[in-house]
Design a binder for this molecule. Structure first.
Ligand SMILES: Cc1ncc(COP(=O)(O)O)c(C=O)c1O
Length: 384
């Protein structure tokens, strides 16, 4: 193997969020926060060293090459043709989402999300003083799907002005199919609801699934959609802080840009520019091998928890997050979390933090060496 994803890296250093000790214990296996226990590809190290050696950190903005690399990435990965002038760069996807909510809705308007979902979705809506509307995803033959009748009944009331969509979906691992998205898009167009499509997990898709950018469905949909992308999840660069929004509609883009400026923010930093260019230019081989490695972890996990046992899991179609179903144990989320954390020592995210439909589930981040995952599975099984 050309890249070493088996290496155990010591992340037990001050300030590392994922590896923070819990009650003084530093032997807990942390499979929670969504970053990876892998080094970023070497092209990032080289790009950052070059920038550090140059040592000029004066004001800088992304250049033409930056824009064309971002556009090329969308074209090569998802066959989506976008233009450089459609881009807005921000320090993060949630910053982009928040700016979009401010631009597309007014205080008091409704924003719809599908739960269970990444917890900051609900928070960003509430912190912006918008009304939170939730449509619960439901399990259909072991696979989460949207309840379109519920979506239509909520949208038809007229309060909801924007939909915050997660594609692929964290935590349930769905890679939405074209027909599902078209059905959702038709409802958004019918009731004049704008779409904020968070596609930060788009590069993590397993065989038999395909990520389709929501805005690529049609020109009408593109005109109503803000797409939030980033190289940070894909290449494990969360603390470098960079994201690229794609907005083809001029007036929507200007409105979002105005909200970004309203925060006082002007440009991403020089290290973020260097890292983003490096991975989109030279990171594809690393990513391909990473996906193969993660696919093997996904196999290890699904074989460890067959669907007829007490702890169930359905193989995620995308993301490196698994959604474990502990409901048959009939214990509260709190008890379950404590049972895993304090005795065997494995830290997962409690399902209820993703919304009430997540109760009885836990989210497991499997972006770690095979040996770490195998040890975590052993520890999880001891609670049975
Ligand atoms: C769906 C989703 N959106 C956004 C983020 C965070 O992105 P950022 O750190 O760029 O704000 C995450 C991180 O886990 C995520 O899962």
């Amino acid at each position: 193997m050309a890249f070493d994803f088996d290496e155990i890296i010591n992340r037990r250093i001050p300030g590392d969020i994922k590896y923070m000790p819990v009650n003084g214990r530093d032997d807990i296996l942390p499979l929670w926060v969504a970053d990876m226990d892998f080094r970023a590809p070497d092209c990032v190290r080289r790009a950052l060293i070059a920038q550090a050696e140059y040592s000029v950190f004066g004001y800088q903005i992304p250049d033409k090459e930056y824009d064309s690399l971002v556009c090329e990435w969308q074209r090569k990965q998802f066959q989506w043709s976008i233009k450089a002038e459609w881009l807005i760069k921000t320090p993060g996807v949630m910053f982009a989402v928040s700016s979009s909510i401010k631009a597309l809705t007014n205080e008091g308007d409704g924003v719809l999300i599908f739960q269970p979902v990444y917890p900051p979705f609900a928070n960003v809506v509430k912190h912006n003083k918008r009304q939170l509307f939730v449509s619960e995803l439901y399990l259909n033959n072991g696979r989460y799907v949207m309840d379109f009748a519920d979506v239509e009944s909520q949208l038809s009331k007229g309060t909801i002005k924007a939909l915050l969509f997660c594609s692929p979906h964290n935590p349930v691992g769905r890679v939405w199919e074209k027909e599902e998205m078209e059905q959702l898009a038709a409802l958004c167009l019918r009731y004049d609801v704008k779409i904020i499509s968070d596609e930060i997990h788009a590069d993590f898709v397993y065989p038999n699934s395909r990520h389709i950018p929501f805005a690529s469905l049609s020109e009408d949909i593109a005109a109503s959609t803000v797409t939030c992308t980033a190289p940070t999840k894909t290449f494990n660069l969360a603390s470098i802080q960079v994201s690229n929004m794609i907005i083809s509609n001029d007036s929507v883009r200007h409105a979002v840009q105005a909200q970004v400026y309203a925060t006082g923010y002007s440009s991403i930093n020089s290290m973020a520019i260097a890292a983003c260019k490096a991975v989109y230019r030279d990171g594809k081989d690393w990513l391909d091998e990473l996906i193969r490695y993660l696919a093997e972890n996904r196999r290890i996990l699904t074989e460890a928890f067959p669907s007829d046992r007490k702890i169930r899991i359905s193989a995620p179609e995308g993301t490196y997050l698994a959604w474990l179903d502990f409901r048959s144990l009939r214990i509260s989320d709190n008890e379950l979390n404590r049972a895993l954390l304090y005795t065997p020592g494995v830290r997962l995210n409690t399902g209820e933090s993703f919304g009430k439909g997540g109760s009885g589930f836990m989210r497991l981040n499997f972006a770690c060496p095979h040996s770490t995952l195998i040890e975590a599975i052993k520890r999880i099984k001891t609670i049975l």
